[in-house]
Design a protein around this ligand. Structure first.
Ligand code: ASP
Ligand code: MG
Length: 450
């Protein structure tokens, strides 16, 4: 087989007819792209999440109208919408009845079923946009391929089952030379219920499919031309990074850069599949290649910012010279499926921040009353909010000379609540107050990259 690429287009890339047309042209111009993974049109998933949380009749009809309007705007620009319109109507009927059900009683399984409709609609419409450009494509329900566990809202793929499904159903389509259009973000658990992989999960889907198809690369088309040294909305001087390593990109994704979903890199790293990030609106502007071992490897690569952080400080005098305190804390966190991001410890207390990035599709709060109750039985619990985590990403940061001095000199005017340095060769994390976060990023960027 010639070089096989899996291309993924994000929500803004399929937000409207013109955007979809730009994507269709990208697909047509690259004969290696045989599998196309789409997100829902921008805005749709948020609306569906709101409906899934159960709202009153008035609010419901308002939200459904907004969903309808976004899809309608695209349908209206098609030259011939006769094939796809009835399909979209049917999906909208489903959305309506599932939303009514959610208003009576919400459930994680119901939410995922409802939320999955965004990707179902965008992929059906995209088939017609391609057809207008004289390209025939095959629509595939990705749930027949991506098998997951039943952790609704943030399901984990079952790699073996997904591989088998791909070998049986997807691979033959590709071998026949078909162009396959399918959904990101969604999957199916063993009993047949729809699951979702967590918000922004379409990147992850694309990488999973690339892995099971043994593809040469994954192309993530979004609304920015690659990965930048920091968010250009905060620092207009931010520079595009041409190549970076999986490790660096994973840190960036985990610590808040919205360009890639943190889990995307798992299959890519596992199977050494290069990932490209580019802009579907300006493909000519180039992008960023993420690969295993790019050269050069600068000490400082980028700065990521994650807002809305929660700092949990757990203190217990009985921790003094005691064994098993951390083990107890972590087993409680694990039981509540909470993953810890950064941690510092002293003799009688530990401070940790929680990983909120890949939170569930439903947007549920991480710190439940049950969790806090359970922790309180073990120790004193203090919860601080209004914080942001600034992560400096690079290479061999733990052994580079003068890194800490440089950072502390730059940040001498700010109150750094917590710093995590030394565990990773690729990042240094600092917790600062939300209102200073942008300034901290600007100061660091200026001193390290400008
Ligand atoms: N549509 C989903 C979301 O908005 C998945 C994605 O866009 O990747 O989170
Ligand atoms: Mg998205």
């Amino acid at each position: 087989m010639p070089h096989l690429s899996v291309a993924k287009f994000g929500g803004t890339s399929v937000a409207n007819y013109a955007a979809m047309q730009a994507c269709a042209k990208i697909v047509i111009n690259d004969p290696n792209t045989r599998v196309v993974v789409l997100s829902a049109s921008a805005g749709i998933t948020n609306l569906l999440v709101a409906l899934a949380n159960g709202v009153d009749a008035e609010q419901r009809s308002k939200l459904i109208d907004e969903v309808r309007q976004i899809q309608e705007n695209i349908l209206n620009e098609l030259k011939d919408d006769s094939r796809v319109r009835p399909i979209i109507e049917k999906y909208l009927e489903n959305v309506t009845s599932l939303s009514e059900a959610a208003a009576l009683a919400t459930s994680p399984a119901l939410s995922d079923e409802l939320i999955s409709h965004g990707e179902m609609m965008s992929t059906q419409i995209f088939i017609e946009v391609l057809r207008e450009l004289n390209t025939t494509a095959t629509w595939l329900d990705v749930r027949t391929i991506v098998a997951t566990n039943d952790h609704f809202g943030k399901a984990a793929p079952n790699d073996e089952q997904t591989q088998a499904n791909s070998d049986n159903l997807l691979k033959p389509l590709i071998d026949r030379g078909e162009l396959v259009i399918t959904q990101g973000f969604i999957g199916r658990e063993a009993s047949g219920k729809t699951t979702t992989l967590g918000r922004g999960g379409s990147d992850y889907s694309a990488a999973l499919l690339a892995e099971v198809l043994n593809a040469k690369d994954v192309i993530i088309w979004t609304d920015v031309a690659g990965i930048y040294t920091t968010d250009p909305r905060i620092v207009p001087n931010a520079q595009k990074i041409d190549t970076m390593s999986f490790a660096e990109a994973a840190e960036m994704a985990t610590f808040g850069a919205k360009v890639l979903h943190p889990a995307t890199l798992l299959p890519a790293v596992r199977s050494n599949i290069p990932v490209y990030v580019g802009s579907s609106k300006a493909p000519q502007d180039g992008g960023t290649w993420v690969t295993r071992d790019p050269q050069p490897r600068p000490t400082f690569r980028a700065i990521a910012l994650r807002r809305d952080q929660v700092l949990l400080t757990l203190s217990s005098l009985s921790m003094l010279h005691a064994q098993g305190f951390l083990a107890n804390v972590f087993s409680i966190l694990a039981k509540h499926k909470i993953s810890v991001d950064t941690i510092t410890t002293s003799e009688v207390s530990i401070a940790l921040t929680l990983d909120k990035t890949g939170s569930a599709s439903s947007g549920a709060e991480l710190l439940s009353v049950e969790l806090l109750d359970e922790l309180s039985k073990l120790c004193t619990v203090k919860v601080d909010t209004g914080l942001a985590l600034v992560a400096l990403i690079g290479n061999d940061l733990h052994i580079a000379n003068g890194v800490a001095k440089h950072i502390f000199d730059t940040l001498e005017d700010y109150n750094v609540r917590m710093i995590s340095y030394g565990a990773s060769t690729n990042n240094i994390c600092m917790l600062v107050s939300s209102e200073h976060a942008d300034e901290v990023v600007r100061s660091l960027h200026k001193s390290l990259f400008e």
